[in-house]
Design a binder for this molecule. Structure first.
Ligand code: PMP
Length: 308
């Protein structure tokens, strides 16, 4: 039974720690406007081991949750601190001492336009980060999806709403059917948008290039962190601008970035290999530094971590 709940016996729902199997909503609830967040807590000093946990970028994630709620007209009846406490309590109740994923979920209540149920489930995850982790350098063949990313005048990609993930699920299913490891969306103008659950960054001539928010992307917390640390900490110049499909094919390296996907290198797009070495040197360096930050080894970025 706990398999179905990712091994988590307990979760937090509407103010209380309860058994995960009891975290139920009625089939009559209007689920189409539900929203969520995906947040990770990493073990300190060793991304793969056991020990003290720190939640990465809590504030930015909860700020985005508040924006998603505002776009959808929902009212979250808890403060940022109360939700952080809920996550801490839930992780403790489950006795987790290794890397944990926290996914606050919010559903509108039946018969109300604003009132919601709030659930905070947590479960453990396996990271692809960490020096010498073989999962990091695994081959990953991507395709350009035949599905376009949802246009912002139809469904706002900036809201982390479950409805947007129907678009992602169609692209994942297509990629799986065609034996690719994943899909990259173009936006409705034909420019590169993002992955199905992560943003995309490319490397060209020593610069990292990534699509703008106007390319129908989710305003990714990881992308935001990289836009700061690449120039400030690693001395890598960054350009935020539209990328054409052919420019993506011609890039020396490309990687996905996101809470779930962490920093994931891409081997090829539409069977066209990117660059000469895989994973590329920039991608590796950025992933190693990101791993150090989430493991609380980087003094100047400690403020991005909330201790447990
Ligand atoms: N785009 C999409 C569609 C996503 O689902 C995610 C994951 N939340 C991201 C980008 C990356 O966002 P973040 O870095 O905030 O996890």
């Amino acid at each position: 039974m706990s398999e179905a709940f990712h091994g988590a016996k307990y979760c937090w729902m509407n103010g209380e720690i309860i058994k995960t199997e009891d975290a139920l909503i009625s089939a009559m609830e209007p689920v189409h406007l539900s929203i969520f967040e995906g947040i990770k807590a990493y073990v300190e000093n060793d991304v793969n081991g056991e020990g003290r946990l720190n939640i990465f970028q809590w504030k930015s994630h909860i700020d985005r949750l508040s924006r998603s709620a505002a776009f959808c007209g929902l009212k979250i009846p808890y403060t940022k601190e109360e939700l952080l406490e809920a996550a801490r309590k839930t992780i403790k109740a489950n006795g987790f001492r290794t890397n944990v994923y926290v996914q606050p979920r919010i559903w509108p209540k039946a018969g109300s336009l604003e009132e919601v149920h709030v659930v905070v489930p947590v479960w453990t995850f396996d990271t692809i980060l960490g020096r010498g982790n073989p999962k990091f350098s695994k081959e990953r063949r991507f395709m350009i999806s035949s599905w376009r990313r949802i246009a912002s005048d139809a469904l706002p990609p900036q809201a982390k709403a479950w409805a947007n993930y129907a678009n992602s699920a169609l692209a994942v299913r297509e990629a799986t059917r065609l034996h690719y490891d994943g899909a990259i969306f173009l936006d409705n103008r034909g420019f590169v948008s993002e992955g199905t659950g992560a943003c995309i960054m490319t490397v060209r001539d020593g610069k990292v290039v990534t699509p703008p928010v106007t390319a129908s992307i989710l305003e990714s917390v990881t992308r935001g962190a990289l836009l700061k640390i690449l120039p400030e900490d690693l001395g890598i110049p960054v350009e935020v601008r539209d990328i054409t499909r052919v420019e993506l094919y011609a890039s020396e390296e490309a990687f996905l970035c996101g809470t779930g996907w962490e920093i994931t290198p891409i081997t090829s797009v539409d069977d066209l290999p990117l660059g000469r070495e895989y994973p590329g040197a920039f991608t590796k360096r950025i992933a190693e530094y990101y791993a150090d930050i989430v493991a609380n080894k980087v003094e100047k970025r400690k403020e991005w971590l909330a201790s447990m």
